[in-house]
Design a protein around this ligand. Structure first.
Ligand code: NAD
Ligand code: SER
Length: 346
């Protein structure tokens, strides 16, 4: 008998950490975690199986299919935006070919066990590409259909994979004589930059927010790679986890689209610095913009319209900027480094 499980790719990443903790603490579902890197010990203990491997390894995916009955896939594995710009060919392979492999796995599983396989895909604000700062300033809350002109390999990969997911769910083999639904139930969220109190990001372009707060908490100087005026939407990690699981649970008949914006707050880098300085007055934060990286941030919207997510599946963030900093980030990150003598006594 194969075990019914939820498969999480990229399980050792930042979202993987939050999602595996959530499933272990809240829903007790059986999780198979897959990542190129060995999963952290605590995560391994929370998974039915923790597999070290590459989503491009089709033999490995075939082995998974023979051992497990997969009912949901949270496909998190990816190369993020900055890393992808340095290795665009590899990024395309991992982000696009890897996603295609997982969609095919989901399709095969749905056919085999006869139930739909939910496919949760974390897309990104990187799918947007605003042409210049003037347009960015006048574009208030960008809708899903607006400005889909990404300037990064990562953004192109995400935008295409959203389309691929829609295709697998709605139009797969539409000309085939014995056309049946594929059984893949693809649902994507365009996440803003995420900030976790537990882990540090790497390889992303929105990393400056997390890096600033973690450096401040440790009393390390930090030179921010975008200017104080740079502004994109952000979200506390628990809200991103909540969004993925709430969208996964939403009745399919409520979904008017397959790809949703969500957001929580949109501070400038300078406003993030001010909050870090207020919490850790000894922090040393300077701005030394890296022009090409800032140019990427400038193509991303300052704010997104998430009203379809609010209407269709009841999306609402738990953390606005005050609560994110005061109740989650500052206390959580302080705890992380406590003992290193970095926390400011108040
Ligand atoms: P992360 O970089 O922390 O985690 C990604 C994980 O994928 C890593 O553990 C890495 O080892 C793994 N991985 C990479 N290539 C792989 C491969 N070929 N096979 C197996 N595993 C592989 O990223 P994250 O922040 O956890 O992001 C998870 C997903 O969410 C990604 O798809 C990312 O694009 C998306 N996302 C993240 C953010 C954010 O701000 N963190 C925002 C929008 C979307
Ligand atoms: N936060 C991610 C990055 O900066 C965007 O999805 O790459």
């Amino acid at each position: 008998m194969r075990k019914p499980v939820t498969l999480i790719t990229g399980a050792n990443g930042e979202i993987g950490h939050g999602l595996i903790d959530y499933f272990a603490e809240q829903t007790h579902q059986e999780v198979v975690g897959l990542d190129l890197k060995p999963l952290d010990k605590k995560l391994r203990a929370r998974c039915s199986a923790a597999i070290v491997g590459d989503i491009l390894d089709e033999n490995l995916l075939q082995r998974l299919v023979s051992e497990y009955e997969i009912h949901a896939v949270y496909h998190l594995a990816a190369l993020l935006s900055t890393r992808a710009e340095y290795t665009p060919d590899t990024a395309h392979r991992v982000n696009v070919d890897g996603t295609l492999n997982l969609l095919k796995l989901a399709l095969e599983q749905a056919r085999w066990h006869g139930n739909p396989v939910k496919f949760l895909f974390p897309s990104s604000i990187a799918v947007y590409g605003l042409p210049d700062l003037a347009v960015k300033r006048e574009t208030e809350r960008i809708r899903e259909i607006d400005w889909n002109f990404p300037t990064t390999m990562y953004g192109c990969n995400k935008l295409y994979c959203e389309q691929l997911g829609r295709y697998f769910t709605l139009h797969y083999r539409q000309l085939s004589a014995e056309r049946v639904t594929s059984g893949v139930d693809f649902r994507a969220i365009r996440l803003p930059g995420l900030i976790s109190a537990d882990t540090l990001p790497s390889g992303g372009t929105s990393d400056y927010a997390s890096e600033m707060i973690h450096a401040g908490a440790q009393g390390r100087p930090y030179a921010c790679f975008v200017s104080a005026e740079a502004r994109i939407p952000f979200m506390a990690m628990p809200d991103a986890i909540k969004a993925l699981v709430v969208l996964a649970a939403a009745p399919v008949e409520n979904l008017t689209q397959r790809v949703y914006n969500i957001t929580a707050f949109s501070p400038s880098a300078g406003e993030i610095r001010d909050r870090v300085m207020a919490a850790f007055p000894a922090a040393e934060i300077t701005f030394e913009p890296d022009a090409p990286r800032e140019a990427i941030v400038n193509t991303w919207p300052a704010d997104v319209d998430d009203s379809p997510a609010r209407v269709d599946w009841g999306w609402q963030p738990d953390y606005d900027i005050d609560r994110a900093f005061d109740e989650y980030l500052i206390p959580g990150i302080s705890r992380l480094y406590r003992g290193a003598g970095s926390e400011t006594e108040t």
